[in-house]
Each structure stands twice: as structure tokens, then as C-alpha cells.
Design a protein around this ligand. Structure first.
Ligand code: FPP
Ligand code: MG
Length: 419
């Protein structure tokens, strides 16, 4: 049973991500040539992939062990000298830079600039709209966008400085994300966000919905002002995906494989699409090479999926204080995320609970116990690691730069975060 879900996962991986197997990733980091063919950017297009693996739970545990050593080993190899099969130059002068420090310069006034974008004459609406732009969020999207912009500019033989349009994308990305969170808290009935009372809790649902709408409209106006219809299209897709992803979350599937497919698709749309499309947008503003746009997109997509998988794990492993929101929140909302779907392979009793969205008395507690007794958390973590490996593989096709290395480092931060 566990094997079948894994195989499904692996198939998804191989079809949707054109990835290479773990060994390929290892070769990539060790700088040894691969037997696979390479494209114009030196991109590896090997035919073998995780889709060919058929790990049992035991094999999976071994793989998990191997995987942590891969991550450790890759980090040793990456700094200060990055060895990468995909790039001509194998040296980066980068010291081990913290992504947050590296992006900081371009983000100092980000929240003030966002507030300036929201021209509101009504004092109360203005207060609501500004509420979450207090600099206390993780700002993961703007950080990725800024680092990606500079890495792409260097790759395109331009100066590393962020272009004004690219910085606007960082701002827009954070605004779209925040608008979606304001709406999400209404849907989830959450009374807390970023360590403080949610907008809906303080001002009520109606005003919260309107504040979310307003932030979104201000973001789209900033986007329109860029005057680049291709970029408008790309970010519009991200907004559409957010809505579709959230809508998908309201439903579930009877069949187990369908259910996992549904979960991964929802994860992409709800979380990764905005990152992927924002990365693509900043690429489009500096060069016209679709292959480079695809690298940027794939990095954002893979890191975004990993980010959400880790979020789903933290719902089971993190205390309320650390997350700034209550744990087991997903189960309480009726959501079966990665850890539960994997646990269901070992404990089929979960199936009925998943189908009734943990609505019967005691379901949440029992499901929680099953998950903790299973290896659902480890399997989901392992899956997140694989998405990060793919993100690293993709970004390694760019020319070396401190920002490219910081994007690689960011994948480790995504995997090791506890909030
Ligand atoms: C957080 O999910 C929610 C999202 C990442 C997206 C929500 C999208 C919508 C509500 C669609 C509307 C979109 C726009 C642009 C207005 P979560 O509940 O898993 O995370 P949480 O624990 O942080 O609440
Ligand atoms: Mg929520």
C-alpha cells in the first residue's frame, strides 16, 4: 500500500518536474559528468528518474537516511565553491551568505512602499489594509523574488542590481499573498495571524473580505502600471491558481491515488504558483530566453511545494507558540494533508475519517495519534527534500553568483524551519 502511494508520488514527480533521480542530483553536486544528454543551457535531460524507483517503506527509510546525507554533503560542496554540472564556471566567490541579509537592502522600505500603493481615503479601511504590513511576516516571497532578480540579472550579463520593475514584482507578490491570507482567515475562521488577532476577528468577516479585495486591487493596479502585458498575464495566472487551489481544498477524493494527486495539485496552486510565476515574471523583465524563464519558474515551483509540505508537517510537529497559530489546525479544518495521506497507507482506518473530514467526535485526536504512530511526517519531509533538490538542480543552471547560492541556501532554511 505504502509502495503504491510512493510510486504515484514518484510518477508525478517524473512527469511534472522533468527531474532526475537522487543519484543524478548527487552527481550534479559532485561535478562529475552525467551520462544524460544536455540542452543548450547544459540542462540534464536524463530518462531515468524517481519514477523508476519502487521503494518499500524500508527502502524508503534508507533513502531518507541517504537523503539527509545528500543535503549535508551538498551544502559542504556548495560553499564556498559550488561545483555544478550545469554551469561552465564552477567557482562562486560567495561567502556563505544568509538570504535574508543579502536581500535586505532591497526590502528595507518594502512595507512602506506597499502601504503607499494603497491609496484609501477611508481611515478605517486604510487601517485594515495596512494591518499585516508591519514587517513581522516571513517575507519569503519578496526575498525569493529579489534574490532571483539579481541572480538572473547576473546570468544575463547585466549588473546585479534589481530593476525597478523587478522590485515592484516583489511588492506585488507580497500584496497578493497577504490579500489571500486575509480571505483565507475568513474561510478558516482563524482568529490569529502572525502572532496577533486576525482582521476578521477584530473587524468581522465582511470588512475582512473587503480589505482583502482592496489589497488585491492595489496589487493589480501596480501590476498594470508596469505596462508589460506578458507579465500581467503571468501574475494573473498566479491569482487564478490561488483561488482554484483554495477551492480544491474544500473538496477531497475517494480514491487514494486521486487524493494524492489532488493534494499535490492543490499544494502547487495554493502556495507554489505565486512563487513560480513571480520568479518567471522577474525573468521576463530582464531577458527574453524562455529556457531561463523556465529555470526561474521551476525553482519557484519546487521550493514553493516544499514550503507547503513543510508547513503541513509543522501542523503536526510544532507547538502553538512557534507557529503563531494553533497546531492540528488542518485536521480541525477537515484537511487531510501529506502526513495524513501517508499515514493512511499504514492505517487504513484513516480513510473513513478523511472522507468525513474528521467531523465525528474524537476523529481529530485519533487521526493525530495515527499520524504520529506512522511515518507520515517523515515521508512528507522526505518528499519536501526531494522538491528542494529539484529546486537546487534548476537554479544551478544559472551562472554562479552570491544570490544564486543564497537561493540554494534558502532551500535548506525552508526544510529546517520550525515556524
Ligand atoms: C493559507 O493556507 C492560504 C493560502 C496560501 C491561499 C488562500 C487563497 C485564497 C483564500 C483565495 C483568494 C485569493 C486571493 C488572491 C484574494 P493555510 O490555511 O493552509 O495557511 P495558514 O495556516 O497560514 O492559514
Ligand atoms: Mg488558514
Amino acid at each position: 500500500m505504502a509502495g503504491s502511494l510512493w510510486r504515484f508520488c514518484c510518477r508525478r514527480w517524473s512527469t511534472s518536474c522533468t527531474t532526475s533521480p537522487l543519484t543524478e542530483t548527487l552527481r550534479c553536486f559532485s561535478g562529475r559528468p552525467t551520462s544524460s544528454s544536455t540542452g543548450s543551457l547544459g540542462r540534464v535531460s536524463g530518462s531515468s528518474g524517481p519514477g523508476n524507483e519502487r521503494p518499500s517503506v524500508q527502502a524508503h527509510s534508507k533513502a531518507l537516511h541517504l537523503n539527509s546525507s545528500v543535503i549535508r554533503r551538498s551544502s559542504q560542496l556548495l560553499y564556498p565553491t559550488l561545483q555544478c554540472c550545469a554551469c561552465r564556471a564552477t567557482h562562486s566567490d560567495a561567502k556563505l551568505k544568509d538570504p535574508f541579509t543579502l536581500a535586505q537592502k532591497d526590502l528595507i522600505s518594502l512595507y512602506d512602499d506597499i502601504k503607499k500603493e494603497m491609496f484609501v481615503s477611508t481611515k478605517e479601511l486604510k487601517h485594515l489594509c495596512d494591518y499585516y504590513f508591519d514587517g513581522k511576516g516571513k517575507a519569503i516571497r519578496p526575498i525569493i523574488v529579489i534574490l532571483m532578480s539579481r541572480a538572473l540579472n547576473i546570468h544575463s550579463n547585466k549588473a546585479g542590481e534589481v530593476l525597478p520593475g523587478q522590485r515592484t514584482i516583489a511588492m506585488i507578490s507580497e500584496m497578493i499573498h497577504t490579500a489571500s491570507l486575509v480571505h483565507d482567515d475568513v474561510i478558516d475562521g482563524s482568529d490569529e495571524r502572525r502572532g496577533k488577532r486576525s482582521i476578521n476577528d477584530v473587524w468581522g468577516q465582511k470588512k475582512a473580505i473587503l480589505a482583502g479585495d482592496f489589497i488585491l486591487s492595489a496589487a493589480t493596479m501596480a501590476l498594470a502600471r508596469l505596462g508589460n502585458s506578458a507579465v500581467v498575464k503571468v501574475l494573473s495566472q498566479a491569482i487564478e491558481d490561488l483561488v482554484r487551489g483554495e477551492f480544491m481544498q474544500l473538496g477531497s477524493k475517494e480514491n487514494e491515488n486521486e487524493r494524492f494527486k489532488h493534494y499535490l495539485e492543490k499544494t502547487f496552486k495554493k502556495t507554489a504558483s505565486l512563487m513560480a510565476h513571480s520568479c518567471k515574471a522577474v525573468s521576463m523583465l530582464v531577458n527574453s530566453d524562455p529556457e531561463v524563464h523556465e529555470i526561474a519558474y521551476q525553482y519557484g515551483k519546487n521550493v514553493g511545494i516544499a514550503f507547503q509540505l513543510v508547513d503541513d508537517v509543522l501542523d503536526f510537529t510544532s507547538g502553538a507558540g512557534q507557529l503563531g497559530k494553533p497546531t492540528a489546525a488542518d485536521l480541525k479544518l477537515g484537511l487531510a494533508t501529506g502526513p495524513v495521506l501517508f499515514a493512511c497507507q499504514q492505517f487504513p482506518e484513516l480513510h473513513a475519517m478523511i472522507m468525513r473530514r474528521f467531523s465525528s467526535r474524537g476523529d481529530v485526536d485519533r487521526a493525530w495519534q495515527y499520524v504520529l504512530q506512522s511515518d507520515g511526517v517523515q515521508q512528507t519531509t522526505f518528499l519536501a527534500q526531494r522538491y528542494c533538490e529539484e529546486a537546487i538542480r534548476q537554479i544551478s543552471f544559472l551562472q554562479p553568483s552570491p544570490e544564486r547560492d543564497a537561493l540554494i541556501r534558502l532551500t535548506q532554511i525552508v526544510l529546517s524551519r520550525n515556524k
